[in-house]
Design a binder for this molecule. Sequence first.
Ligand code: ZN
Length: 190
Amino acid sequence: MALLPILTAPDPRLKKKSLPVETVDDGVRRLMDDMLETMYDAPGIGLAAPQVGVLKRIIVLDIDREDTKTGPLFMANPEIVEASDEDVSYEEGCLSVPDHYSDVVRPATVTVRYLDRDGLLQELACDGLLATCVQHEIDHLDGVLFIDHISALKRNMILRKLLKARKEQERDEAERGPAKAKAKDPEPAI
Ligand code: ZN
């Protein structure tokens, strides 16, 4: 397995629509495994292929906590086939929007249909953090970030700060060479 570089906003590749996977073959499984390792290392609880620059409809998730022992989930071509009328607000973060969090309102429960790591068709009813995470990751496959769900004012402020941080990092690296270790994010991001 290998760690893959994670793209950060405003990278134009994060705004592209990803293409469906034709078959879940060894190449897709290798990508899924690399994505999972990259997600754990970040650390995060969800990762979509476009976040590592691959425009394929693939996501990985692991929201393992005391109350929800789902283990890692691998999904190719995930689609929401049912969503509740009831909405819920959750403070979301994203590995591609580092250090920024915002409340996003989404359906509280969803059913997702997808191909698993063996290429078998599955359906999974999701609630709580898993429902939020699945919707956040599927958004990535359509070029949508959580900041696209908030006000333009707040979104532009976050994007300006990300650009500034990137420029500062590039300047520091030009002066001192690449940073040896990145600071670990205290909150898991999706
Ligand atoms: Zn994300």
